[in-house]
Design a protein around this ligand. Sequence first.
Ligand code: OSB
Ligand code: MG
Length: 376
Amino acid sequence: MRVMKVIVRRLAMKLRQPFVTSYGVEQEKDVLLLEVQTETPKSGFAECVAMPSPYYNEETTETALYIISKFLIPLIWRMEWQSREDLWTTRFAFRPVRHHEMAKAALEMAVWDAFAAEYQQPISQLLGGVKKEIPVGISVGIETSLSHLLKQVGNYVEQGYQRVKLKIQPGWDYVPLQALRSAFPRLQLLADANSAYRLEDAEQLKQLDSLGLVMIEQPLEPDDILHHAQLQAKLDTPICLDESIRSASDVKKAAEMGACKVINLKPGRVGGFAESIEIHNICVDNGLELWCGGMFETGIGRLHNIALTSLPGFTLPGDTSPSDRYFERDIINPPVVFSRPGFLSVDPLVGVQERIDWSEIERSQVSEYVFERPEI
Ligand code: OSB
Ligand code: MG
C-alpha cells in the first residue's frame, strides 16, 4: 500500500454544552480530519486531538496543521506498507520530528485505518483486540452548582455509565466529591485534576483518601513524574497519569518510580496506535491498570478509541462515551450508541470509511488542504 494523496479538512462542530476544566472552557470542537488515499483507491481517516489552545499540552490545531503539512506528509510519500508489521515503521519514520505527538498520531492512525480498508481487516483485529463489547464511563466538567452536579450525575448513572469522572481544581474538590459519594455510595468515582495541584497540596489531596475514589488523575504537572512518585507514596488513592505520558518510555519510567498505578491512554497523545500497543503491553507486564481516555472526539476518533479498547489489557471503563455525549449530530452514521446501558460494541469495521457521513462533514467544513504525491 502506498499513499497517493492526503486531504486535511478542518471542521467546526458545535458542542452540546460548554465543557469546563481547570484550564478553560471548550465551546466548539475545532477538528482536523485527515484522509489518506491509497492507489487502489481506498481511504483511511483519523482525527487530530489537538485543541485550539495549548493548555492541555503544548500542541494546538494550528501547530498540528503546520507540522503535518510541512514535515510529516513529506515523509509519508517515501513509505510502503505491505504487512501488519510494516505499520510499526510509520512511527520510526516520524522519529526525527521531536514530540508533536498529536500531529504524528493523526497521520499514523489514518495510515492504520487505510491499511484496514485496503486489506479488508477489522481495525480492532489489526490492533490485537479481542473484546466484543467494552464498558464506558463519563467525564463531567467543573460545575458551579452542587445540586446541578448531583442531578446531572444521577442522570448519567441512570443511563448506565459504569463510572463517573469529575474534573476538580483547588476549591472544587473534596466538597463535590463527598456529595457524590454520599448520593451514590457504590459508584465507581474518580477525580481528574489536569495538573491543578502542587506537591505542597499533598495534605489536601490526602483528604480524598476517605472517599474511596478509584483513582485521582494527573494531580501534578505534566513534566513531573518524580513528584507524582512522592505523592503516590503518601496517598492510598491510586494515581493515574494522563498528561505526563507521551510515550512508552514515559510509562516505563513511571512504573519504575512508582509514580502511578493506572495509565490513561489516549492514542492521540502518544503518537498513534503503534506506541499505544507498546504502552498496553508495558502496562500488562508491570501490573498497571489501563483505560482509554477521550479528547471530545468526533465519531471517527471514538471508533478508533473503541477499537483500541478491545485489547485485553484495558482493565477499566474509559471516557469513550457515545456520540451524543458531546454532539447533536456526528460525522459518522450511525453514530456511536450504547449496545446496552453502559456498554459499546466493538464493530468489525474495516476502516471508518464505511461510517463517514459526508453531508455532515460538508455542513461543518471550514477549510480543506490537498497534498498530492510528488513524482519521486
Ligand atoms: O484530561 O482527560 C482529560 C478532554 C479534553 C482534554 C483532556 C481531557 C478531557 C476529558 C474529556 O476528560 C474526555 C472525553 O469525554 O472525551
Ligand atoms: Mg485527564
